[in-house]
Design a protein around this ligand. Sequence first.
Ligand SMILES: CC(C)C[C@H](NC(=O)[C@@H](N)CC(C)C)C(=O)O
Length: 710
Amino acid sequence: TSFIFKEVCGYPLSIFFIVVNEFCERFSYYGMRAVLVLYFKYFLRWDDDLATSIYHTFVALCYLTPILGAIVADSWLGKFKTIIYLSIVYAIGQVAMAVSAIHDITDTDRDGTPDNMTFHVVLSMVGLFLIALGTGGIKPCVAAFGGDQFSDHQDRQRRTFFSVFYLCINGGSLLSTIITPILRAQDCGIHSQQKCYSLAFGVPAALMLVALVVFIVGSGMYYKAEPQGNIMLDVCKCIGFAIKNRYRHRSNQYPKRQHWMDWAEEKYDKLLIAQIKMVLKVLFLYIPLPMFWTLFDQKGSRWTLQATTMNGYFGSLVIQPDQMQTVNPILILTLVPIMDSVIYPLINKCGLNFTPLKRMTVGMLLAAIAFVCAALVQIEIDKTLPTFPSTSQSQLKLLNMGSETVTIKIFNDFFVLQASNEYFTFEAGQINISVGHPEVRNTISLAKGQRQTLLIPLTITDEWLMTDDITSKPQEGNNAIRFVNGMKTAVNVSIPAANFGLIEPFSYSNYSLIKNGKVTFTLWSGSQSCEYSTDFGFGSSYTFFIPSTLVFGPNCQESITAAEDIKPNSVHMALQIPQYFFITAGEVMFSVTGLEFSYSQAPSNMKAVLQAGWLFTVAIGNFIVLIVAELAKLPKQWAEYVLFASLLVAVCFIFSIMAYFYTYIDPAEIEAQFKKNVNEDDEDNKHKLQKTERSNGKINVTKLSYYNMA
Ligand SMILES: CC(C)C[C@H](NC(=O)[C@@H](N)CC(C)C)C(=O)O
């Protein structure tokens, strides 16, 4: 096909449109993904489990659909048309998501909640399906289409293109993951103001349209390789025939052939057989690769959970656990240029031959180191976690509402207490407690595996109360707060984000989860009020005690006491930076190199197919996380991190052996030789092929005979 070829600084101008398209597309994808779980939870009102499973199913689908897109591109429509058509599907999906998030559409009673939830659920599921089809479908095509724009002698420029392409992915995703949560937090609506999910999905939809328009604008400048028929069908038939033919000739009387695919020679073109050999060789090399993604993708799950047990105060700046993930794209934006312009040239200068497969091996090792760092951080966190009771133990603390001294007697031991801020652990199911003079004795039954607080009333002859306390760290860095009312009148406690309700005299509220930062509680009793302000960190639990002596008014703050049930997180989130650094350095060496490697080693008619194969390793990696975590069920999180690191080191060892035996090829050169010799006698071919050997990870033409068996 004809196209206008323009070059800027040695690079085809067309790639400008491709990288801008990728930037906008990744903005659209990651921006939508950033608010998706919250949309499920707060708009569609799904529970956490359903929201999480649908989210992961969607992400997995996004890495399975590339196979479909690649087959359509390489066998039928070509990459250009596939990108256009699937981008339209993608944009429709994004628009469907934005529309599904407009609550006013079905809010007939105008109370701010949709009245026909089925409409919103169905529309958003259709939207997500179209997005998965679009984003996955175009992904292998865009990268391969970008690679196609370079001619055979532009190896260096093509490598730089893949680095810039990766920068755009991360630039787009970084911006959108910052912007869309801000948009979501705005209020919008026609009849009532609600959180603006429609805007948070609408902006990614607009960016996808921009991506499409930018791609179309560059249309006249692209080199568009024509698809060569239904290549995937030919490949399958050819492989099937080779296997059948080999089986038919299994007896020793038939001479062996160099490669099992050579058994297809009777029926299939030698060029096709050679191309299939190239693809199979690379796909074989891919087998160990999912393990890298298994570790890589735990940034969003295990590492974020780890961050929820850490302290996110960076001076006056507070970093939320899930925001730590943005460290990855930020580091990508700095590490890719450093690697390309400093580290790799330096390694070359030292005379080391740092081939793509060696880079990928080092990338895997760096990811394993990242997990060792994560394990070390986890050990530090574990030291600060409270010891919760085992199933045979009970824990008890006391809250003495009066001023009498409390004496606990267990067998022959005595404790003299006003109140206990610490939990006592008991193996016994019952304990005797004596209080005051004259003594009031009580036998308390303890609940196994539980933490409880014994509330000793002001008048000790009144009924004693036992509360069930929290037995795990509050989720997502929240703080679990409750109030005990020691007054003779009911008290209402509220903060702007939560209402603890009316707490009856000598009673207590349920726990409420509140975010970190400064919080002011307002206590009401009749027309009297009291304001109590305090600062919360991450992951703590407190029981606030309102004493009978509380005097409402400006100085009431001092009378209220806080019992710390669970200490706030003390290990700082900054300690996660080394693990992020190593995993991102690993990503640059593994993923950027792998992207380029998959392109450069693929035959011309199966470039997108190999890109899809590369992305398929990401999908498998995600499944392995689920399987290993489920099977291993290690009691300690740090042990699981060490297990994953060890598995990756083992896989890395296997990969390095496979890589050692891999010979780099130049598919274009091999294909050119075939085309040149197409009319010549096969026997002559063997001798005509040059036996030049260009190693250094580039091409080994002596291997041409391997692909060109006569
Ligand atoms: C193959 C993908 C996993 C690669 C790529 N992801 C990244 O570059 C990440 N560093 C982005 C980050 C925001 C998770 C992609 O194409 O999305």
